[in-house]
Design a protein around this ligand. Structure first.
Ligand code: ZN
Length: 275
């Protein structure tokens, strides 16, 4: 496959468009894949969302997102497990092969405790994911988010959870590798290779890390605007056997403010140049 045949765009990247508008625009631009943010599905419901995606000829890369397993109370952790089962149902209904997990963290609770709760939470929903044929993709987040969004902050931590949770030769639990969250890791090449050999590289997300960021959540760069050597990480993913979609995931109030048609064109150009 050429790289363009592997291109996926996250609905959040083009968030000023409705799901209908995004599907139509991606089809017109010959973008073959889409990742669905749950909020993009909500206004239309899963059945119509699936129809829109299929009518546009799009492949669904993942449903985003499940996770947020840690909680201060037993009830809170159970609620998270119940919610993740619903997310898995939604993924199956919309035709997504995987759910991306933003694993969660509780401010003030130790990261070790949160990690144990994450592992227990994934273990609790794993039988349901298997029954539905939906993969679970742990997305390690940059440590800037360790306090409240994810206690899983490196590829190595995610890999160790995959080791604990998967049976022998199983790949149901894997990793969504996002350059924004992992680019600085001195063990990155090695970790990508280890996870790739095990079959645990589920997804590859790209954007860029701007040196000056006005907001840790919504000021990600378009590929080429920052400092990440995306081509190098792409080569490591390829060497590790990853052949799946390459997903552009850009949360950026700066880019969202412009005409999404223009932004989509910029994404296509930047995508071709960065790989
Ligand atoms: Zn991501």
């Amino acid at each position: 496959m050429t790289n363009r045949q592997r291109l996926g765009i996250h609905t959040m990247t083009l968030k000023s468009w409705s799901l209908q508008e995004t599907c139509a625009a991606l089809a017109a631009a010959e973008v073959p894949a889409i990742t669905l943010w749950r909020q993009a599905i909500e206004p239309v419901g899963v059945d119509l969302a699936r129809q829109l995606v299929e009518d546009a000829g799009l492949r669904v890369t993942s449903l985003c997102r499940g996770g947020f397993f840690p909680a201060a109370t037993e009830q809170g952790r159970q609620d998270a497990i119940d919610e993740n089962r619903r997310v898995i149902d939604e993924a199956a209904a919309v035709g997504a092969p995987a759910v991306v997990l933003v694993c969660g963290a509780v401010p003030g609770q130790s990261l070790q405790t949160s990690r144990a709760q994450i592992q227990d939470g994934i273990a609790a929903v794993l039988p349901h994911a298997k029954a539905c044929g939906v993969n679970l993709s742990i997305e390690p987040l940059h440590p800037i988010y360790a306090a409240d969004r994810s206690a899983v902050n490196t590829m190595a931590q995610a890999r160790r959870m995959c080791e604990q949770l998967n049976g022998e030769n199983e790949t149901q639990v894997g990793i969504a590798a996002d350059v924004y969250h992992i680019w600085f890791d001195d063990a990155l090449e090695q970790e990508i290779l280890l996870s790739g050999k095990a079959g645990w590289l589920h997804a590859f997300h790209i954007c860029d890390w701007k040196v000056e960021q006005s907001d840790p959540l919504q000021d990600r760069g378009l590929m080429g605007e920052g400092v990440i050597d995306i081509r190098q990480i792409y080569q490591w993913m390829s060497a590790a056997g990853y052949t799946g979609d390459i997903e552009v995931e850009i949360f950026s109030s700066h880019h969202w403010a412009k005409d999404p048609n223009l932004f989509l064109q910029e994404i296509l150009t930047a995508y071709d140049e960065c790989l």
